[in-house]
Design a protein. Structure first.
Length: 74
C-alpha cells in the first residue's frame, strides 16, 4: 500500500477538504436561516387577516375553534 503523497501532503489535503466542508456548512446554515425567516414572515402575513377578523368578532360568537377540538357526534 504505497502512497504517492507524503503524510504532510495528505494532512494538507485533509485540512483543505475540512475547510471546504466548514465553508459549505456555513453557507447552508445561512441559507436555512433565510428560508426560516421567510417562512416566519409568510406565517405572520397569512395569520394577520384572521387575527383582524377575530378582532371584529367577539370570542364568544365564533364556535369554529371550539368545534375543531371536538370529535364528531353525528
Amino acid at each position: 500500500m504505497s502512497s504517492s503523497q507524503t503524510p504532510k501532503q495528505e494532512a494538507d489535503i485533509a485540512l483543505r477538504e475540512r475547510a471546504e466542508i466548514l465553508a459549505q456548512i456555513k453557507y447552508l446554515r445561512a441559507q436555512l436561516g433565510q428560508l426560516m425567516e421567510e417562512k416566519r414572515r409568510g406565517l405572520r402575513n397569512s395569520r394577520s387577516p384572521a387575527e383582524q377578523g377575530e378582532a371584529s368578532h367577539p370570542k364568544g360568537s365564533s364556535s369554529e375553534e371550539e368545534e375543531e377540538g371536538r370529535p364528531f357526534s353525528g
